[in-house]
Ligand binder design. Sequence first.
Ligand code: 8HZ
Length: 106
Amino acid sequence: KMDRGIKILCNNMLKDLQNHRCGFPFKKPVDPVAYNIPNYFSVVKKPMDFGTIGSKLENNVYFSIDEFAADVRLTFSNCMLFNPPFNQFHVMARELSNYFESKWKF
Ligand SMILES: Cc1ccc(Nc2c(-c3ccc(O)cc3)nc3c(C)cccn23)cc1
């Protein structure tokens, strides 16, 4: 189980990512029907998003800070896998990933 202080640190980082100008496409699970991308789940094996990460934090699913960071990174890698390099969402995922990694150094 993650200790309180670490959980607060993760929550603060998650809020930061959600409020970033590049954060909006990652706040909720990708909806392949709504976005008319029927192949999404055949490409992305482990969907992840900030809303799901927030729920996992709340429900004490993460045992370590590394598990939290792995889901954040999964959110970005899924997007950069599914969307081609010059797609706006791919660019946003890369920008937000760079932001996360620069702030995650401690
Ligand atoms: C406010 C908001 C919320 C969600 C989205 N996501 C989204 C995505 C998407 C697909 C894969 C992915 O890894 C990330 C995003 N594709 C779309 C499309 C085609 C239309 C509208 C929304 N779309 C966009 C704006």
